[in-house]
Design a protein around this ligand. Structure first.
Ligand SMILES: Cc1cc2nc3c(=O)[nH]c(=O)nc-3n(C[C@H](O)[C@H](O)[C@H](O)COP(=O)(O)OP(=O)(O)OC[C@H]3O[C@@H](n4cnc5c(N)ncnc54)[C@H](O)[C@@H]3O)c2cc1C
Length: 384
């Protein structure tokens, strides 16, 4: 099944992290000719997700950005306002466009072998790497192969571990009448019922009659499928005041929000993407963290620097994330109140920088002091 028994790089998982890394390798003059094996359990043909993120300049995947917004808005019962996010733009990339774009590039290159199969394990044995794909075993010459793995396996629940699920259902709808302002996206709308825990909707309009509407929860358990449909329907009627529409596409997703320490350094491989801890525990945002880490990895590889020294997320950001996660998990404060205070009392660009793990200590102190002191202090002490 494999064409060769030795590769420079093996990438397990052709999702966001695997392909973001591979595309950067192929674009780098020092690395473009490396022999690469890419393995995924299935061909990436479906529009299985939509990525939203903010960025201050053109990004590596700007060519396939489906829609950008300069203005976003925030709603809650306590605070509602348009948010001036300059210098950032809020951007959206459709999964299907991302996969097509990457595989068009990959298929032009003779040095990337793509294999479809279920990766069941990988271990080092003297000078060999033994790979189990489906029920077959492959022996690959170790030489100096680097393995990058984005296959997420939830860790066992340990004492003190906290795990919420960010789960959401989205509909792309088309309305009979003009119903949206295509220049403005709703990032979070907390006016929806908070009976299950932190719950919000967001609206990403593509035109005045078409938008992706998502209903999102941060809770311990999923809802029954009809619960999401009912909530979406009622949000569209009650808050968007839309009666006539057609559902064109559906999306469902679950993102783990956990204080488990998922690290870049795996046992015999480098862990990337969600599997390598690139999902921000308190928000679920991942796309931009993957982009930043892919660029760092490629810079290190091109400069022949050891990946052992690749910088990890600064500890203080993990501490903030775990504190917030603790508060949400134990219902110490409602999420709608926390996010309202964040956006009400701070400049949006500072909040976004904070959520990107790029703020200065001074900015962080200001942001932390805008939140209710006691619950955060108690949760912080608990983390220590
Ligand atoms: C529906 C959805 C919407 C999201 N929206 C956003 C967003 O708007 N913004 C944001 O920042 N983040 C978002 N995320 C979170 C995150 O960005 C994505 O999950 C992202 O795809 C993570 O990248 P990844 O490479 O770690 O995992 P994936 O993209 O899931 O890639 C993992 C790959 O591994 C393959 N695989 C799994 N198991 C095996 C196996 N045993 N053998 C072989 N291959 C295997 C899978 O088929 C997949 O292709 C979203 C997630 C989901 C699910």
């Amino acid at each position: 099944m494999l064409r060769s028994n030795s590769y420079d790089y093996i990438i397990c998982g052709a999702g966001c992290a695997g392909l973001s890394l591979l595309m950067r390798i192929l674009c780098h003059k020092n690395l473009a000719d490396k022999k690469i094996l890419l393995i995924d359990k299935e061909a990436k043909t479906k529009n299985d997700r939509t990525w939203c993120f903010w960025e201050a300049a053109d990004g590596f995947f700007d060519e396939i950005v489906f829609k950008k917004w300069d203005r976003i808005s925030f709603f809650s019962n306590d605070f509602s306002s348009p948010l001036d996010i300059a210098p950032y733009q809020y951007k959206m990339i459709r999964g299907a466009d991302f996969y097509t774009y990457c595989f068009n590039e990959i298929n032009k290159k003779g040095n990337v072998e793509v294999v479809y199969g279920d990766v069941k394990g990988c271990k080092y044995d003297k000078e060999w790497i033994i790979f189990k794909i489906d029920d077959k075993e492959f022996r690959l010459l170790d030489a100096s192969t680097q393995i990058f793995n984005s296959i997420y396996k939830p860790a066992e629940v340990k004492k003190g571990s906290v795990k919420l699920l960010q789960h959401f259902k989205g509909w792309v709808i088309e309305t009979a009448k003009p119903s949206f302002n295509p220049e403005e996206a709703t990032m979070m709308d907390f006016r929806v019922h908070q009976q299950h825990g932190t719950t919000f909707a967001y609206v990403l309009p593509f035109s005045n009659s078409s938008a992706l509407i998502e209903y999102t929860l941060f809770t311990k358990n999923l809802l029954e499928d009809k619960g999401y449909d009912k909530a979406l329907k009622s949000y569209i009627n009650e808050f968007l005041k839309i009666d006539e529409y057609v559902i064109k596409e559906e999306e469902f997703g679950i993102i783990p929000m956990t204080n488990e320490r998922l690290s870049f350094k795996g046992q015999d491989e480098w862990m990337i993407g969600t599997a390598g801890g690139q999902t921000k525990a308190s928000s679920g945002y991942t796309f931009q963290f993957i982009q930043k880490q892919s660029q760092q990895i490629v810079d290190y590889l091109a400069a022949n620097k050891s990946l052992n020294n690749l910088p990890e997320t600064p500890g203080r950001f993990r501490f903030y994330d775990n504190t917030l996660l603790h508060i949400l998990f134990y219902n110490k404060l409602p999420g709608d109140q926390i996010f309202s205070q964040l956006f009400k009392k701070n400049k949006p660009r500072q909040v976004l920088r904070f959520l990107d793990n790029e703020s200065s200590l001074l900015e962080e102190l200001k942001i932390i002091s805008s939140l209710p002191t006691w619950p955060f202090l108690k949760a912080a002490i608990n983390q220590l």
